[in-house]
Each structure stands twice: as C-alpha cells, then as structure tokens.
Design a protein around this ligand. Structure first.
Ligand code: GLA
Length: 726
C-alpha cells in the first residue's frame, strides 16, 4: 500500500518505491510534517515531533500557542494566528480581516489521482497511484480545505494540490493559496534554482541557505525567461551521485513563488505556489478554488537521480501527445533564414533544397499573415498575406507535401497588435487599465483570455487556418510578458483573478486545439524559452528552448533545461554562423551534435550552404535517425559541466537495458599545451562489455577509468561516441 494510516499513532505514511513522506495529526487539530526522506517501514515515528518539549503543543500549554505555531513543522501553514514564517494560505473575510485556522476533520484514501479543473496535472492509472485527501475546516469563516497528496508507486514522486471550498454564507477573498509547504530542520542546505534571461535561460544557480527568505518568483504572467518554477534543497556537498536533494516543480505556466526560508531556530520552510502578488480570488458561498499541482521528489543519490525521476514522471505521467514515444520529424524553420523577408518563391526554394537533404518538415514562422513585414503589426489578424503568399496557406502546404515534406506553421494566438484590424474592432480586448497607457512590448498587447468570447474568437481564427490546409505541426509562440493588469469584463473585486484566469484561458485554448487536431505536433515557445514549464508539457511534447541557437551558449541552457526535462522536450536547431545572437563561429559538426541532444532541426537558409555543409546535413540527419529513439527514451546522465569551471561539457543517455549509450563531449575553449583526458561514464552495467569505435571495454572500466578524449586542436570541438553492448 502506498498510503497507510496508523490510527493509533495518528500518522500517515506515503510511500513511493524509495521514499517515505509522513504526516501526523497533533492535538486532534493540526496537520504536522513528520518526515520526508529515504523509505522507512515503521510508522512509530511520532516521537520525531517532540510534543513533550517546549514549545509544547497547545493542549499542554494554553498560555503560549503562538510559539507553538511559529515553530512546529506544519503541513499547510495559515496566516494571522501566530506562525510568522511564510504562510501557504491567506484569506480576507467579508469584513476585511485576515486570519484562518483550519482544523483537521478527517481523511480519505482513494485509488488513482483526481484531475484538476481546467489545469494541467500529472495522471496515472489506479494501480500505480493513490491519493490522500486531508479535510480541514475553519468554522469561523465557513471554509473547507482539502489537502491532496498523490503518491506514485512507479516513480519517487508525491504530487500536491489544495482545494478550498466556501461552505459559509459570505464571500471571502483568497489572497494566497500556495500549493506546497515542506518544513524541516536545516542540514546546512544549499538551494538550487534555474535562472536567466532571454537568450540565456535556465542556468543552474547554487547558493547556501542563509537566515531569512530566499526565493525565485515570477509575476510576469508566465513562468518566464528569468525564472523556472523549480527549487531544490541539497545537503552540503551533494553532487551528481551523492547527497540528499528535496525538490519541488510547479505544473503551472503563470506567476509563481518558490521559496526557502530559514528561521531563528534553524528550521527551513520550502514553499511553492501561485505568487500572492497581484492575486486575489473572490470565493462566493458554494464555490471552490483549486491550486495548481506541485511535484515533489526526494533523492538520496544526488542530482542525477532527481533529474531521472523528473524525466520519468514527465514521460510517463504528464505528456499526452501521440508524439511522446514517436520519432519527431527533422524540421527546417525559416525564421533565422529569412526573418520577415520572404515570399512564396523563397519558401519553396528553401523547402525544395531541404527535402533533397532529407529534412522532413517545413515550418513557416512569423510573417505570413495580415500585413506583417515586421513585428509592429497584425497579431490577431490570422488571414494569409496574399502579397507574400499568393496561393494561400492551403495550396502552399500541398506544394510542400508534394516535395515529400510535412508542413507546419507559427502562430501567436494570445496577442493583439495595436495596428491590427482586431484591435481597431475590439480595443477593449487587450489587457489594460482604463485611463492608463497600455505598455507595449515588442509593439504588442496581450489579449484578455479571461473572457470566454475572446478565447472562442481566437480559437476559431486559428482553427480555420488549420482546417483549410495540410498542417501537421504548430509552433505556438508568446512574445511578451503581462503588464497593466486589468480586464474590461471583471468587476473591481475580481481584478486580482486576471493573472490566473489568463493562464486558464491559455490552457483552454490549447486543450481545444489538441482535441480538434489530435495528430498535431504542437511545439510551445515564448520568445525562446520563457514558458518552458511542466504546465505547457501537458499540451505539447516539445518546447522551443531558447532563441539563442549558438552551440556553446546552448550547453549551459540545455544542461539546465535537462536538469528537469527529458531531451525529447527540448527544441534545438542548427543555425548559421556567425551566430545571430552572439556572433560566434562554431564548427557545423558541433552545432549538429549539440542540437541532437534535443528535438533536432535546422534554422538557416539551406540554399546558402556549401556542398560540404550539405553533405554534413545529410550525415547529421542519418545519425539522428539512428539514435533518436535512444535520445528520446534513454536515461540521462550529466558527466561534466562547463558551467562549473571545467573546459568541457559532457552528458550521456543510456537505454533501459543498459545495452546502448550515446555520449557527447564538447570542449569549449581550447588551451595550449594541454593533455587529453579520460571521461568517466555513468549508468552502464559494470558486468557488460561495450564496443566503442571498434574497441571493447568492460562497463566498470568505462565508468571508473573513462574513455579517452584526445586534446582538441581548436575551439568548440564536439565529439559523440556510441557504445553498444556485445
Ligand atoms: C520568437 C520565437 C522565435 C521566432 C520569433 C518570431 O522570438 O522564439 O523563434 O518564432 O518569435 O517572431
């Protein structure tokens, strides 16, 4: 049984294959966090609460309830009663007071996992997952809280969500509904997050946990380039294989808070949920609100195990696309080849050449609609620009199909240009505050997707394009963050709902799209990788990782991204040199090999390639076909990180049977007068014999002695090795 309740001890034990999470009820009232870590069998662990020590539990000490609340490890801390650490829940009542005290009322354990209304969430069959529902009530407010914990039996993951129900007679205002809280004694923790900016997303950051609050957060309306809704606490010295890691990841695409707080007594509290800034939700009597899902994992085998747990969870229990386990077509995208400057003739020239080289999917990027010849107009006017494409999208798609290629298209449905027919007809459809200038970003405004009629209208516009052409792939972009938050359709006391309602609108749109077009390969994108989060993975099996396609910059970006996401999710393409963003010149081979650690494609003008480069394209495509299953399904191991002062970046994937492995090693800057080195592999079978480049090695030799990496003769040299068990 994955969930056990020891009635005598009043302890809940939540067991995954290798971990236990335990909760206790104390004083018949409070839900306290007891334990999270390596799997334990016995539920006689109540002593961990030290209820007979100061600060005594309230039933033993009526005088000093405050200190108890401020010190005890709480499962779901509330506001206003004496716990001064970061609370998870804050509610304002109809009279304006902010306090709640939800008392434990009972529990249910059910097989399977509930869906979260209108939101992405992990899913599982009833035989591999069960859910604990902990019911609590605040009699003063007339509020019911349900804390939900789903426990997986095939992967070391517990997911959490929270449902709030107004069972009273008055409306209340939810000002904070975080999803998860984890209280623990400090173990000289360091915290790890993924930070960045446009064109340098998801760089790994590791810092000591000090007193006070440290967090990563977004209030940009999307998960953002700058932050990732992820946080991990690692014991000091934890590495790839060793040390304890507690990690949380948010299955959500909007504002978030991921925080660690160390208090005066050396306890740490880790919290995650929708960012309370800019959030209020009016809950009328009889209504419910559900918080998005947080995924939690614990690893006692370092970051490597944490990474593989996330990969497994997302592959088996989050991504729904029929493409999940299918070969992805090698694509060519015209963005960096032409930007807005193209016509039908140019597109067909690129497509013709690409098809001869073996490329399988042609993607028409931005600039095909309205009068869009730059980024300053036409978003919202989803009708083909006949000046550029006289025969229309339907005919163009057929012509591309006739070349033996599939056809895909770029859209940015969430936006509206000030210079568009749509904005001229419906100026109130843009998110805005009356009387205040709407901030432009990339010359565009954001559509108010909290409104059903706007979601319906936009859906129909996009669906019409898809219904009338042979389109097998859509790149769904989102090129700006939200500002001047206001909706013409929401009353004053509901404006604080707009950020979340916007995200729900995006989910509604994408759900409709994949329901009407179930065979579509959807790739999400947001000005590069600003909405690379588990929420979007529920709708699309791959996400464009970054607008930075430079092979060297991509090392850090892809390393950080792969810390949480399988390689099969990471959009990666070969582009032209000098690179359009950093001006760097890297070997064509290196660009190809780095892009192969992702969904693989090209983003350049193939008609301008030299004959030698064209031959390389053919070879790269052949190589990708040969290994794509291993790349897509294999277990991922980080070997070397150029971020951590090493000259090289290396990683590998190994198949489940440990019979095949693919290893990448990219040396960054070359250095004079240096020897080669030995790269130690991971995840192989010590007993098996592997063949690499005609030579045979035993698994334990490869893992303990390594493979030989000869000195580089120039900068940015990439090498790939294939190991196969004989
Ligand atoms: C964003 C995307 C790019 C490209 C442009 C088009 O920046 O990340 O790949 O599609 O928009 O405007």
């Amino acid at each position: 049984m994955a969930i056990i309740y020891d009635e005598k001890e009043q302890v809940f034990m939540l067991n995954t294959p290798n971990t236990t999470y335990a909760i206790a009820v104390t004083d018949e009232t409070y839900l306290c966090h007891l334990y999270y870590g390596k799997k334990i069998q016995d539920s006689h662990i109540r002593y961990l609460l030290r209820e007979d020590e100061l600060p005594f539990v309230p039933s033993k000490n009526f005088r000093e309830k405050n200190t108890f609340l401020d010190t005890f490890p709480m499962e779901y801390p509330e506001t206003g009663m004496g716990d001064y650490r970061q609370s998870a829940f804050c509610v304002r009542d109809a009279e304006g007071h902010r306090a709640s005290a939800c008392i434990y009322k009972g529990y249910e354990i059910k097989a399977g996992k509930p869906k979260l209304p209108g939101m992405p969430a992990t899913f599982a069959e009833e035989d591999v997952c069960s859910t604990l529902y902990l019911h609590c009530e605040d009699p003063v407010l007339g509020l019911r809280l349900c804390l939900m914990y789903s426990v997986f039996e095939d992967v070391d993951v517990i997911t959490r969500s929270v449902r709030v129900e107004n069972i009273g007679g008055n409306p209340v205002y939810l000002e904070k509904v975080l999803t998860a809280c984890l209280d623990m004694a400090d173990q000289s923790f360091e915290w790890v997050s993924l930070c960045g900016a446009w064109a340098r997303e998801r760089h790994i950051q590791r810092l000591p946990v000090g007193y006070g609050r440290q967090n990563v957060a977004s209030f940009r309306g999307e998960s953002s380039h700058q932050e990732q809704p992820f946080i991990a606490l690692a014991t000091k010295g934890a590495g790839e294989e060793e040390g304890e890691i507690y990690a949380m990841h948010f299955v959500y695409s909007g504002n978030f808070l991921a925080q660690v707080e160390k208090n005066a007594y050396g306890y740490v509290r880790m919290t995650m949920g929708i960012h309370p800034e800019g959030f209020t939700w009016k809950l009328e009597p009889g209504n419910e609100f559900t918080a998005p899902e947080v995924v939690m994992t614990y690893s006692c085998q370092g970051f490597g195990k944490m990474t593989r747990t996330f990969h497994e969870l997302y592959r088996n229990h989050l991504i729904r696309s029929p493409y999940l386990h299918k070969a992805r077509p090698v694509l060519i995208n015209n963005w960096e080849a032409t930007y807005f400057d193209f016509d039908e003739k140019k597109l067909l020239e690129i497509a013709r050449e690409a098809s001869e080289l073996g490329i399988e999917l042609f993607v028409l990027d931005d600039g095909w609609f309205g009068k869009r010849n730059s980024d300053n107009c036409s978003l919202g006017d989803w009708k083909v620009n006949r000046e550029k494409i006289p025969s229309g999208i339907g005919k163009l798609s057929k012509e591309i199909n006739a070349l033996g290629m599939k056809f895909g298209i770029w859209v940015e449905p969430e936006m509206i240009s000030p210079d568009s027919d749509l904005f001229r007809a419906h100026p109130d459809w843009a998110i805005q505050i009356p009387g205040r200038e709407i901030t432009q970003s990339r010359c565009q405004y954001v559509l108010d997707l909290s409104r059903d009629e706007i979601v319906d209208y936009i859906y129909e516009q996009i669906a019409e394009v898809l219904r009338n052409a042979e389109i097998s792939y859509v790149k769904w972009d989102m090129n700006r963050q939200l500002t001047t938050i206001g909706s013409a359709a929401l009353p004053a006391d509901r404006q604080g709902e707009l950020y979340h309602r916007y995200v729900l609108g995006v989910y509604r749109l994408q759900e409709r799209l994949i329901t009407e077009f179930p065979d579509l390969l959807l790739e999400n994108c947001s000005g590069g990788g600003a909405r690379f989060d588990p929420g979007m993975l529920y709708y699309s099996p791959q996400i464009w990782c970054s607008d930075d396609t430079d092979a060297v910059e991509r090392l850090a970006i892809q390393e950080g991204t792969a810390m949480l996401y399988p390689l099969s999710c990471i959009g990666a393409h070969v582009s032209a040199c000098p690179n359009h963003i950093v001006g760097r010149v890297t070997p064509f081979e290196t660009r190809g090999q780095v892009a192969m650690a992702g969904t693989f494609g090209y983003e350049l003008d193939v008609t301008k390639l030299s004959e030698e480069e064209k031959e390389q394209v053919k070879e790269q495509i052949q190589c990708y076909h040969m290994y794509q299953e291993l790349i897509r399904e294999g277990d991922y191991y980080r070997l070397l990180s150029s971020q951590q002062m090493q000259r090289a970046d290396a990683w590998m994937v190994v198949d489940r049977e440990k019979k095949k492995a693919l290893i990448w090693c990219v040396t960054v800057l070359n250095a004079p007068n240096q020897d080669g080195f030995f790269l130690k592999l991971k995840g192989l079978d010590s007993e098996k014999i592997y063949r690499i480049n005609e030579k045979e090695y035993q698994g334990d030799v490869l893992m303990n002695c390594g493979i030989r990496i000869k000195p580089a003769t120039k900068d940015f040299v990439s090498r790939m090795f294939y190991a196969e068990c004989i």
